[in-house]
Design a protein around this ligand. Structure first.
Ligand SMILES: [Zn+2]
Length: 169
């Protein structure tokens, strides 16, 4: 996650240091230095600003595609749709992962839950801190995610399937 220094770090889109409005930040850098989107990586971005930002989809897609190319990150993938991916943190086979998360293809945010809190998270807690367009995008993705992992039990089934599928390492 980007390093945030209060009153100093600014939203890379509007340049304001007012981070009392909801914002997100990516972790890592998905674009080369020559790319115009490079300076938005690893920096706070207001949800408000993102909603109106013409580069949002390409920016988000850059991070989303990292999952497919990075075998370490791709390793925890439990399920995915056209516009989202559900994955879990690394853990020993016999232990529960520390977290589960949903990433979207057109918003650079991470819907993150402690593994054991998944049932509440998937039902409504993911909405905390989100509003307007970002919330709409999260609602749409989570409605699909709930079809495959509505609660902790179904999430665990997905993980077992991943662990014991012949393609998993
Ligand atoms: Zn902003």
């Amino acid at each position: 996650m980007a390093m945030i220094i209060k009153g100093f770090t600014s939203c890379a889109i509007c340049g304001s240091t007012d981070l009392s409005k909801p914002y997100t930040a990516t972790s890592g850098v998905a674009f080369p230095k020559e790319d115009e989107l490079w300076r938005f990586c690893d920096a706070p971005l207001h949800f408000d600003c993102l909603a109106r930002w013409p580069h949002r989809e390409r920016f988000s897609r850059g991070y989303f595609d990292l999952w497919k190319d990075d075998s370490v990150l791709a390793n925890g993938v439990l399920s995915g749709g056209r516009a989202w991916v559900l994955r879990c943190g690394p853990a020993k086979r016999e232990a529960d992962p520390y977290y589960a998360e949903v990433r979207l293809s057109d918003w650079p945010m991470r819907l993150y839950s402690r593994w054991e809190q998944w049932t509440d998270f998937a039902a409504h807690q993911y909405r905390e801190g989100l509003e307007d367009e970002a919330l709409k995008a999260a609602d749409a993705a989570m409605a699909e995610v709930r079809k495959v992992a509505a609660d902790l039990e179904s999430l665990s089934v997905l993980r077992q399937r991943m662990l014991f599928s012949p393609t998993s390492h």
